[in-house]
Each structure stands twice: as structure tokens, then as C-alpha cells.
Ligand binder design. Structure first.
Ligand SMILES: [Zn+2]
Length: 323
């Protein structure tokens, strides 16, 4: 009796199933309508965007996005991006600070067990080593209020911490995962909430234009946390960046529309469905502006595409666009 036809018949759906499991990409987004304009920006001539690495979090691609390999090691960039602007420089996020060890000890035990990090140099010290004039710095703009983005804010006492109203409220919510509430609850900060007073922007419903010249624009991108934001930066040479925070952890999350793995979404995202909608919104923006440099907060390939600090400490690793 010939069994092969039966085996072949069973193999077809099996191969389909494996393909489905192995290709968990989100469907392509609807294109942005032609009526949506590419926003104008008039950045000042001496504006710049500079990587300020503070260390890494040792992960693998399988942790970062669905279908990623367990053997593809990814050292997650933990740090900041310094926007130089004559109206006042801004650090987008702060990376690891001097107190990271004490802060980390207040995180849930399981999280501590699963997380291995390496501090290179806190942002304040990287900037000192580069001879930075701290008088230029006017604030720290948080993409969201999670531990690895806000650890360093204690190294800049009194400096305004710009935070979306929703993430500011969430910071004090005991059910929120991933912040240092326990460590920070008695620390006074110079919180400065911002809202989104502007209208639609590249398919996002509202925006906040920080200096009114279109060079630094925040849009709401709730999902990973309730008040997560994306920061669009346009430089004088008209090169555009989108600092997407933790919307995705590595570029594949957007270029291949691969969400975080199911379990990680369940544990780490406040609203995974909201995050998915914002991945699709960003994917549509990337189709519309193919030269846009997308910067997930933990992808060192993206930070390699910014200006670099002199005398930067990276413990022998260099930021490379070809990771
Ligand atoms: Zn993060």
C-alpha cells in the first residue's frame, strides 16, 4: 500500500502551519493618503543629534521580536540621544545613571533574574568627558517612564523632566510594570507635563511642537506604556529621525513589522493592541518617507547613524550600523 500520497497530503497543512508560526509579521499598513502632508520644519543651522550611550542590556533577537533567533545576540543600547538646539538642548531619555545598581535592586525579583546589564558610563559622565557645556541643557524628554529610560535623571537634579501627562499619571500607578516607583517615590523631580496641542501629524492624531519650528515634534504612541511618545527630529540638512522609544526594541519590529513575542507583549506592554496600531502607523510613515531614520531606543545600529561624542566610553564595543 502506498503511503506517500497520504504523507504528502498531511505535509501541506503542516508546512503552512510552520510558515505561519515562522512568519508572524503584521500585514502591510494602509498607505498614508496623499492629502497627508510631509510636515515642514525649519531647524536652526547649528542643531544636531548626538548618541549618548550609557551601557547595554544583554538580550537576544528572540526576546526582541517574534521569530527572532535565540542565537542572535543583541546588546540592547541603553542610553540617550542629545538634541542640540539653540533654544535649549534636550536629552531624549537618560539611560543608566550613577544609582542604577540601587535602583535595579527595587525591581521585581523575577525581572532581576532575567535581566543582565552592563554599565559603560552614565550620561552625565559621558557628557563631562566630552567637555559638554551643561548650561545648554534645558531638559530630559522621556519617551516613556520605564527604568532603563529614566535611571539617569537623578544625576541631573532640578533639570526639568518633560513627560506626557498620561505617563506621568501612570508613573504613580502601582499596577504599572517596569518603572522605579519604589525607588523614586520620595524623590522630588522637576516634572513638566506636556500635552499635544497640535493637530494631526503624519497619521498620528495630535502633536506637540517643542520649539515651534517643527524640528522637534512629539506624537502620542500609547501601547508600551499609556503615555509613550515618538519624537520626530529634523536636522538642518533635512535628515529626519523618528525616535520611537520602545514601540519596538529592534528595527526589525518596524522594517518587518514584527511585534514583540506574545509572552513579552503580555508581560511588558500596557496595551499590546494599541502598540500594534502604532507600529502600523509608523510603518506607513516609513513608506511615505523612505529616508526616515528610525531609532528604536534599544537598537545600537540606529544610534550609529547619529553624531558621536568625543572620548566616549563603550567598553571596547563600537556602535556599528552593520550589527
Ligand atoms: Zn526600554
Amino acid at each position: 500500500m502506498k503511503k506517500w500520497p497520504l504523507v504528502a497530503a498531511a505535509a501541506v497543512p503542516a508546512v503552512h502551519l510552520i510558515r505561519r508560526l515562522g512568519s508572524p509579521a503584521l500585514p502591510p499598513p494602509a498607505a498614508l493618503p496623499p492629502s497627508v502632508p510631509i510636515p515642514e520644519a525649519t531647524p536652526p543651522a547649528d542643531m544636531d543629534l548626538v548618541a549618548v550611550p550609557t551601557g547595554v542590556n544583554n538580550r537576544v533577537a528572540a526576546y526582541a521580536y517574534s521569530g527572532g533567533s535565540l542565537f542572535d545576540r543583541r546588546d540592547f543600547y541603553i542610553g540617550a540621544a542629545l538634541i542640540k538646539h539653540p533654544q535649549g538642548d534636550l536629552l531624549v531619555d537618560s539611560g543608566f545613571g550613577r544609582d542604577i545598581a540601587k535602583q535595579f535592586a527595587t525591581m521585581p525579583r523575577l525581572f532581576q533574574k532575567l535581566t543582565k546589564y552592563e554599565v559603560w558610563k552614565p550620561a552625565v559622565e559621558q557628557l563631562e568627558a566630552a567637555g559638554y557645556d551643561f548650561g545648554r541643557l534645558s531638559g530630559i524628554l522621556l519617551t516613556h517612564a520605564h527604568w532603563d529610560h529614566m535611571s539617569g535623571i537623578t544625576d541631573f537634579p532640578d533639570l526639568p523632566v518633560l513627560i506626557s501627562a498620561r505617563d506621568h499619571a501612570a508613573f504613580y500607578n502601582p499596577e504599572m510594570f517596569g518603572n522605579f516607583r519604589g525607588y523614586f517615590q520620595d524623590t522630588p523631580f522637576n516634572w513638566q507635563e506636556f500635552g499635544f496641542e497640535g493637530g494631526p501629524y503624519l497619521g498620528f492624531p495630535r502633536h506637540h511642537d517643542v520649539y515651534g519650528d517643527g524640528s522637534i515634534v512629539c506624537v502620542p504612541a500609547p501601547g508600551h506604556t499609556p503615555g509613550s511618545v515618538i519624537v520626530f527630529v529634523t536636522l538642518p540638512n533635512q535628515v529626519r529621525y523618528a525616535l520611537v522609544g520602545d514601540l519596538v526594541w529592534q528595527r526589525e519590529g518596524l522594517t518587518r513589522r514584527l511585534e514583540r513575542p506574545f509572552l513579552i507583549r503580555r508581560l511588558g506592554d500596557f496595551d499590546a493592541e494599541g502598540n500594534r496600531q502604532n507600529i502600523l502607523r509608523m510603518a506607513a510613515v516609513m513608506q511615505r518617507i523612505p529616508d526616515l531614520i528610525v531609532v528604536p531606543a534599544h537598537d545600537q545600529r540606529a544610534f550609529a547613524e547619529m553624531s558621536q561624542l568625543p572620548n566616549v566610553t563603550t567598553r571596547g564595543l563600537t556602535l556599528t550600523p552593520n550589527l
